[in-house]
Write a protein that binds this ligand. Structure first.
Ligand code: EPU
Length: 337
């Protein structure tokens, strides 16, 4: 473990933004992590996992700690369930595939989501009808103040839509080191209600899908809609889907009868930000070396050497336009640094 100086973060964030970290260290175990933290108590720190949910807009004048702790182990199991602990630095998709190969069900719908295991609870990642909270059992996190490990149960995490305690009052105070997932060993509860899943299963002539089939279907859907960050820099959904009042929604319906919507309570409705951004005319637009993805307007992309500021400014223009046209505020889902 060695602290390096003036390191480019380009390969450490999926947006491929080239900013410089004054100091950088990659840690592979908890003891090293504790040692780094006690040596650099008063240094400004940035904790980096897979770098898949952040937009870096400037050089970082402090210490970047790259959490690269690996390991997967079975904590306990019975006939029906297995409790699997995965270390924070495990690549999420590889972990999903490991579970599928062992016939452990529950996270197949979350196939191909970029990033590492340790960051999945922070924003309660979700896709195709499943969120991490559905399989989350507990996690261990290092308290930056005490340098001690602390355990968080599902209730402690206060999960919400792309939200948890780690984005609210515990923000910046913990480093998640491992997560325990409760997965099924038999009688898997498949989530196939999402429209695109059913149609893909039909196309593939699959009647009784296995978790492996679901994973394949999800991979096909994601590959057809979302850019691969290894080829085109991006951070998945840049914005959260906004929740608006029923009253506001009814007003919107008068002008746009086709607005997709998901009721969240008796008087609130979630509408897809991607639809709003597309209606605002941004889908597929490019501005030199950055732009909005052609198949999913929620995704901003870096085609080459865009700066974080250019992408941030584009996101602000989109927010302003959506506000002006629909009177709806869309919030960034990614962390802007
Ligand atoms: N839509 C458009 N235009 C677009 C994009 C979407 O009209 O450019 C419409 C679609 O036609 C559909 C609706 O919006 O009727 C929903 O679209 P989609 O199923 O693609 O889902 P989403 O709400 O845009 C969310 C997540 C994605 C996740 C998908 C599938 C958020 C912010 N995003 O997107 O998550 O993969 O559902 O479950 O909740 C991510 O977080 O990085 C991510 C990709």
């Amino acid at each position: 473990m060695q602290v390096q100086h003036n390191i480019s973060l380009k390969t450490y964030n999926t947006f491929n933004i080239d900013v410089i970290a004054k100091q950088f260290v990659s840690v592979t175990n908890i003891d090293d992590l504790k040692a780094v933290l006690s040596l650099h108590k008063h240094t400004n720190k940035l904790i980096l996992g897979g770098g898949s949910n952040m937009l870096l807009t400037k050089d970082f004048d402090g210490l970047v700690i790259h959490v690269n702790i690996k390991g997967i182990e079975i904590v306990s199991e019975n006939d029906d369930f297995v409790y699997v602990s995965a270390s924070a630095g495990e690549n999420w998709h590889e972990f999903v595939l490991w579970c599928i190969n062992h016939n452990y069900g529950g996270i197949e719908n979350l196939s191909l989501i970029p990033g590492n295991v340790g960051t999945t609870p922070i924003q309660n990642i979700g896709a195709y009808g499943v969120e991490i909270k559905d399989v989350f059992e507990s996690c261990l996190a290092l308290n930056l103040k005490t340098n001690e490990l602390q355990s968080f149960s599902k209730t402690d995490c206060e999960f919400g839509y792309r939200d948890s305690i780690f984005k609210k009052h515990a923000k910046g105070q913990f480093i998640i080191t491992s997560v325990v997932f409760k997965l099924t060993k038999q009688n898997h509860k498949l989530q196939i209600n999402y429209g695109a899943i059913t149609s893909q299963l039909n196309i593939m002539h699959i009647i009784n899908p296995s978790i492996k089939d679901i994973s394949k279907v999800i991979i096909n859907i994601r590959e057809s809609k979302l850019p691969d960050p290894k080829k085109i820099g991006n951070s998945g959904s840049f914005f959260k889907n906004p929740i608006i009042s029923k009253y506001h929604f009814n007003k919107l319906l008068k002008n746009f009868a086709d607005v997709p919507n998901y009721p969240v309570s008796d008087d609130a409705v979630k509408v897809p930000a991607g639809w709003l951004i597309e209606k605002a005319g941004f889908k597929g637009k490019t501005f030199g070396h950055y732009g909005i993805h052609k198949n999913q307007a929620l995704v901003l992309v870096n085609y080459g050497n865009a700066s974080g500021l250019e992408i941030l400014n584009l996101s602000k223009l989109i927010q302003k336009t959506v506000k002006r046209l629909f009177d709806i505020t869309i919030e960034a889902e990614v962390n802007i640094l």
